[in-house]
Design a protein around this ligand. Structure first.
Ligand SMILES: Cc1cc2nc3c(=O)[nH]c(=O)nc-3n(C[C@H](O)[C@H](O)[C@H](O)COP(=O)(O)OP(=O)(O)OC[C@H]3O[C@@H](n4cnc5c(N)ncnc54)[C@H](O)[C@@H]3O)c2cc1C
Length: 469
């Protein structure tokens, strides 16, 4: 089975509709354009043949089983906020949205956990935890992502420095396999060596192994106090070289981000955002959480001293909601600002060892010069994940194609040379597909292929993403 896939006909449509009790279904031209792509239309615009919104795992299972038995490709879709071109129907077929399976089923205060359906929004999960005096730490920039999407992409985000990744907050997963079976990976326990640890393989698998239909998330006690420091520097190198010094201190910051003057100007120009300080040419934004005001203030003092000794122009403490909001809202809007400032963009999401960040950023700027293209770096300085945005501006189609390919290959080579990886959090999807094999090598690529085949021997689930056969 597999390629070429069966083209959906009326019999298929009638059967799929019969699987849905009350779920929404669009066919052909009824399907809104927004479902042809994710947040990066640059990584492919593909029209599904049928779009369905099932209401429970049984409906998901029936549709998945039918697709598998009839050689019809199926792609799961969350909120469509992905940045890898993952949630698209590359070969047509069925788009199965999980967004109406969005219940928060239970908060278990004794086991510090929350059971949710995959379509619940990240912001609603975080809010629900707060209302119980608890905390769900993963904090990727886009709060309207589905919780299922964040788990299946192992989303990172700002707070990863202190709290880790989405993976660290998943206790159990209920999923539908490509053959339609509904299985549970682990349960609401804090340790588990029963059989193979498949749960951690599912997390970050980008929808190519199974469809997540329920999750048990780990929660932690809510930190009582959070302050942010805004630290201007007169040059980028000093700014970034301060990061390993902070990380080597006794303080474990929640987040450390860096942002350059050029990007602040873009956000001001395109979005009208006002940043509370404009004295520096590069900034660190450091978030520090803790259980008491005294503990947080003491940590802020330590970080401030490190920054000033490393050449910071000043250290501004943001300890009110308004000031904290004004700093982080600009950081959160940079992607939108860059999109508004150019005709198109390419997203490079490499991660390098934290002591190599400055070297990588300077190398990226050199590569930009060589290829005469605008590159802006921004990102999670605290975990080495540097978003390197290549902006198209007025390049022609052909120039853009050739330039992005050459620049990406140069950036990936640099990351690899430094012991880094191709993607820190956005994943491979369709956008980075052609670079993965070269990056990881033939042997590792074969391992990926065999894992895919073990779950999905007919290659019907999100085909043509992450790996190619
Ligand atoms: C402004 C902005 C900021 C962002 N910041 C961050 C950030 O800081 N860190 C970060 O990691 N990401 C970030 N992202 C990317 C994005 O928000 C995350 O990748 C998010 O996890 C995607 O969730 P989603 O529900 O939108 O998934 P989608 O885009 O719908 O899908 C993503 C992938 O997951 C699969 N999928 C979705 N749901 C399921 C399911 N239930 N079962 C199986 N497969 C499924 C899809 O097939 C697809 O391959 C950002 C995006 C934007 C637009």
């Amino acid at each position: 089975m597999s390629f070429p896939y069966k083209k959906i006909d009326n019999t298929d449509i009638e059967y799929i509709k019969s699987c849905l009790n009350d779920g929404k279904c669009f066919v052909g031209d009824e399907i809104p354009n927004e479902y042809y792509h994710d947040e990066m239309p640059e990584y492919g615009i593909f029209k599904p043949d049928i779009y369905v919104e099932p209401l429970n795992a049984t409906e998901v299972s029936k549709i998945m089983k039918y697709a598998n038995e009839n050689n019809i490709p199926l792609t799961a879709r969350g909120a469509g906020t992905g940045l890898a071109g993952g949630a698209t129907c590359k070969y047509g077929g069925i788009m199965l949205s999980l967004m109406r399976m969005n219940k928060i089923i239970e908060v278990d205060e004794e086991n510090l956990s929350m059971t949710v359906e995959p379509g619940a929004l990240l912001l609603d999960v975080a809010k629900e935890a707060m209302e119980h005096g608890l905390f769900y730490p993963p904090d990727p920039g886009e709060k309207t992502a589905s919780i299922g999407g964040t788990v299946i992409t192992n989303a990172g985000g700002m707070r990863a420095v202190r709290y880790g990744l989405t993976r660290d907050y998943v206790r159990a997963i209920e999923a539908v396999l490509p053959n339609g079976n509904i299985v549970n990976f682990s349960s609401n326990v804090v340790k588990n060596t029963t059989g193979l640890d498949v749960k951690d393989l599912i997390i970050g698998s980008e929808g190519i192994l199974c469809i997540v239909t329920k999750l048990v998330l780990k929660l932690i006690p809510k930190p009582n106090v959070s302050h942010s420091l805004l630290v201007p520097f007169d040059n980028l190198e000093h700014c970034i070289k301060t990061v390993p010094k902070i990380l080597a201190s006794s303080v474990v910051p929640t987040a450390i981000e860096f942002i350059e003057e050029e990007l602040l100007e873009i956000c001001e120009r395109t979005l009208g955002k006002v940043f509370p300080d404009r004295s520096g040419s590069a900034y660190l934004i450091v978030m520090i959480d803790g259980s008491s005001k005294q503990a947080v203030e003491s940590d802020c003092d330590i970080v401030a001293e490190i920054c000033l000794n490393a050449g910071a122009l000043d250290v501004l403490v943001c300890d009110t909601e308004e000031r904290i909001g004004s700093v982080w809202s600009v950081r959160g809007a940079v992607l939108e600002g860059m999109k508004a400032d150019t005709t198109s963009e390419e997203e490079c999401d490499v991660v390098v060892p934290r002591n190599k960040i400055a070297e990588y950023v300077l190398a990226a700027k050199e590569i930009a010069k060589q290829h005469r293209v605008r590159i802006i770096t921004v990102g999670h300085a605290g975990d080495g994940n540097i978003h390197t945005e290549i902006l198209r501006d007025d390049l022609t189609d052909e120039e853009w194609k050739v330039t992005t390919d050459a620049v990406l290959r140069a950036l990936y080579a640099k990351s690899k040379e430094m012991g880094g990886q191709l993607s820190g959090e956005h994943g491979v999807g369709n956008g980075r597909l052609k670079y993965l094999k070269d990056f990881v090598g033939e042997e590792m690529y074969d391992v990926y292929k065999n894992i895919k085949l073990a779950f999905d021997p007919n290659l019907v689930l999100n085909p043509g993403k992450v790996i190619e056969f």
